[in-house]
Design a protein. Structure first.
Length: 295
């Protein structure tokens, strides 16, 4: 594999896992197909993918599903039965993040695979794990990817409050259209404090814009709904958004240096989601030749 193809492949994997540390099966298949079309042999593609996943502490959905399949065969091949203890062991093995990994197998994928496996192999299940997996999904901030239950409770202490009473949305409905007239109360400030703390934690975990409902962008959007003018901690909110934009710009520059303008455009498109530093992003698009410079 030449250096250009190697850099392209590394960047391609990085684009796929940077936000959620999770390489799903469809995306992995596309990467392999694109690599094969460039003449890269499958053995080298597999090696680069594994190296990049390790570098990002990310996981391959395909590999975790294969591990789940192996465990299910181990438990059911002799008696064609999957009891509650065996099912929990298999699911915990793949859903819980392994040492050195940020996430585990998406619980929804795990449940669907267990159900299809038992049906295809004629194995009976002594328990319905949907409720258990639903609790796991709540604890690990489900999206494309999930984090550990411990991290969830450390970063989302008021999750129950959010689910039962979406205060920001309700508060916005009763406020006047003139945002200058918005007056923040103690509850608003407390919510902004909480959302800003969460946003900072999401940044630390590289959950900038994905998963959509559990990301720095989601928390910053909640803050803007409560405080459109940035009256309270506005500079901190702007600073955090600018940090994410800077991160995406650097990734775009790296992609462009590897002659992967498609990936560069994707990074800058994500940067725009933050609604911050628009001119800086546009200038970078011009510099990278992604938009025509004005005459």
């Amino acid at each position: 594999m030449n250096q250009a193809d190697q850099e392209w492949l590394k960047n391609r994997v990085a684009v796929a896992v940077d936000d959620d540390f999770y390489l799903d099966r469809d995306e992995e298949r596309r990467i392999k197909e694109e690599g094969a079309s460039r003449g890269i042999v499958s053995r080298e593609i597999e090696l680069i993918i594994r190296e990049q996943l390790d570098e990002y502490s990310a996981v391959s959905e395909r590999a975790l599903v294969e591990e789940l399949d192996r465990l299910l065969h181990q438990f059911t091949d002799n008696d064609k039965k999957l009891d509650q203890k065996e099912e929990r062991l298999a699911l915990n093995k793949v859903v819980t993040p392994a040492p050195g990994k940020k996430v585990g197998l998406d619980p929804r994928v795990a449940e669907e695979y267990v159900a299809s496996f038992c049906k295809a192999n004629g194995a009976s299940r002594s328990t319905d794990t949907k409720k258990w997996l639903s609790s796991q999904m709540g604890l690990v901030l489900v999206a494309v990817a999930v984090a550990g239950a411990g991290i969830f409770f450390a970063t989302r202490p008021s999750a129950a409050k959010e689910e039962s009473a979406p205060v920001p949305v309700q508060a916005k409905e009763v406020r006047p259209a003139d945002t200058k007239a918005v007056r923040l109360n103690e509850s608003d400030r407390a919510e902004i404090d909480d959302q800003l703390r969460r946003a900072a934690l999401y940044v630390e975990k590289a959950q900038y814009t994905d998963p959509p409902e559990s990301s720095a962008k989601a928390s910053l959007d909640q803050i803007r709904q409560i405080d459109p003018d940035g009256q309270y901690r506005g500079e901190e909110v702007k600073g955090l958004a600018s940090r994410i934009v800077d991160h995406y710009i650097k990734l775009a520059e790296k992609s462009a240096a590897s002659n992967d303008l498609g990936a560069a455009a994707k990074w800058l498109a994500r940067a725009k989601l933050l609604n911050r530093d628009r001119e800086v992003i546009l200038e970078k698009e011009r510099a990278l030749g992604l938009v025509k410079a004005e005459r």
